[in-house]
Design a binder for this molecule. Structure first.
Ligand SMILES: Cc1cc2nc3c(=O)[nH]c(=O)nc-3n(C[C@H](O)[C@H](O)[C@H](O)COP(=O)(O)O)c2cc1C
Length: 437
């Protein structure tokens, strides 16, 4: 399903809020989206632009699962399969994303949002970035981009990303920043797979997509995207980037980052811009969800039966993982901790729980910690390891951090008090309160 079709579907079902009043791309649309998060919204009358803006579209696992027409429990197996069995998308000669071709680039005409007061500029935050290396082929990932002129951005390229590796090898790269995408493309763009695997093939395995050749660069791009900004990124031409809100909801610092020069803009007729609030639920979901299958796999590889994984928003959907296991031996908790850290190296705290704990309910997880955990014997501390550059508490510049695994599982042999939650009798409540209204 394309972005358009999805918006139509949720509009008809009454989920999409329409804002017809005039709204500004500067400090207004972002405020409205944040205020009513996770409700999806379309802004039909943007003050500074002829284009509409839609946001808060994929803020929860339930919404993503319903997009794919599966229960939420199927997401980890589905993503695992798509990563291990990527498939080549069809290529078509003409595509909706090229209905309008604009060679006279003026970024001010686009509804590029200014999100929060201390931001360094208008930011694109929802674009998947497609590029190509002569040896490795195409790569797709995310890079936020701060507008600083009518045709230029500075774009944040974290060291080590495949895009960064491509850029170091080639010094300059053709790129396509594609905006207005559905979860198959968005989730695939957020996966970290082996270099040389085109994440568009993962997107196609999640749900078939069509690609088209970009107009001015030698790249294959999603045919159904709403906007495509074609151009070139330069390793050695830098510009200040930031401040901007990070995944952690705190401000990132200002850095000198590579310049992205836009040479051509293509878009659909009446194109709709996709907003994605930095640090908010949708950003978190897209970051955390692709790590769940890798944690699931690595925990199972330790010989422990993993039942489910939640890289939860309370842990910024990046720094914490809650792992549910079917415990069969006293060592399972600790083995699962090792597996989870191997499956997500940026993770700082891992919580291992039994199958009676609801990993989507923070109260349930905290209850397991309160009643089943003893710090002297059930905790693994990994002093000063490389963690996440996103963590404000990690050592500045080096990202060194202390990782801790908490085994919150109950012992298999109970010596003292019971670890089970007492059950109250089940009653038919309607029998007692009938006729009250
Ligand atoms: C919404 C969103 C925004 C992101 N922004 C950036 C960014 O600005 N810079 C960056 O280097 N990575 C960013 N990331 C993370 C990478 O795109 C992501 O980890 C990707 O999987 C790396 O791909 P690679 O394995 O091909 O290097 C973002 C991810 C998401 C989901």
């Amino acid at each position: 399903m394309g972005f358009r079709e999805y918006l139509k579907k949720i509009d008809e079902a009454g989920y999409l809020q329409n804002v017809d009043a005039e709204v500004s791309k500067t400090l207004e649309i972002s405020g409205i989206l944040k205020e009513i998060e996770p409700t999806p919204v379309i802004f039909n009358n943007v003050k500074e632009s002829e284009f509409r803006v839609a946001g808060n579209l994929f803020c929860s696992k339930e919404v993503v699962a319903s997009y794919f027409g599966v229960p939420s429990t199927d997401l980890i197996p589905m993503l695992t399969k798509a990563i291990s069995e990527p498939s080549e998308p069809e290529i078509e000669p003409n595509a909706p994303c090229q209905e309008v071709i604009e060679s006279n680039v003026d970024l001010d005409k686009l509804p590029i949002l200014f999100h929060c007061e201390k931001d360094g500029g208008n930011y694109i935050s929802s674009a998947v970035v497609i590029t190509r290396d002569p040896d490795y082929g195409q790569n797709m990932d995310f890079h936020r981009a701060m507008q600083f002129s009518k045709d230029k951005f500075s774009t944040r390229i974290v060291s080590g990303r495949h895009f960064h590796q491509f850029l170091k090898r080639n010094i300059e790269l053709d790129v396509a920043f594609c905006i207005g995408n559905t979860p198959n493309v968005l989730i695939a763009g957020a996966t970290s797979v082996d270099i040389g695997i085109d994440e568009l093939h993962i997107a196609n395995a999640l749900e078939p997509i069509k690609l088209v050749k970009a107009k001015s660069v030698d790249l294959l791009i999603p045919a159904e995207a709403e906007f495509v900004l074609e151009g070139r990124v330069f390793l050695e031409e830098k510009h200040a980037e930031g401040p901007f809100v990070d995944l952690t909801e705190t401000y990132d610092v200002i850095r000198e980052e590579p310049v992205f020069e836009v040479k051509k803009i293509t878009h659909r007729i009446n194109a709709i811009w996709q907003a994605l609030l930095p640090g908010a639920l949708e950003h978190k979901l897209l970051m955390g969800m692709p790590r769940e299958p890798t944690i699931f796999k690595k925990v199972n590889e330790t010989g422990v039966k993993c039942l489910d994984v939640n890289v939860n928003p309370g842990g910024c959907s990046w720094l914490h993982a809650i792992v549910q296991i079917d415990k069969n031996s006293e060592e399972d908790g600790k083995k699962a901790i090792e597996g989870a850290f191997a499956g997500h190296t940026s993770c700082k705290h891992v919580f291992i729980v039994d199958k009676d704990i609801d990993i989507y309910n923070p109260l349930s997880v905290e209850w397991a910690m309160a009643t089943r955990f003893q710090g002297d014997v059930r905790m693994i501390i990994k002093d000063k390891e490389p963690g996440s550059s996103l963590d404000p508490s990690a050592e500045p510049g080096t990202k060194m951090t202390t990782k801790i695994g908490f085994d919150l599982t109950k012992p298999l042999t109970v010596k003292g008090k019971s670890f089970e939650i007492a059950e109250f009798p089940k009653v038919d409540i309607n029998k007692y309160f009938k006729g009250k209204d």
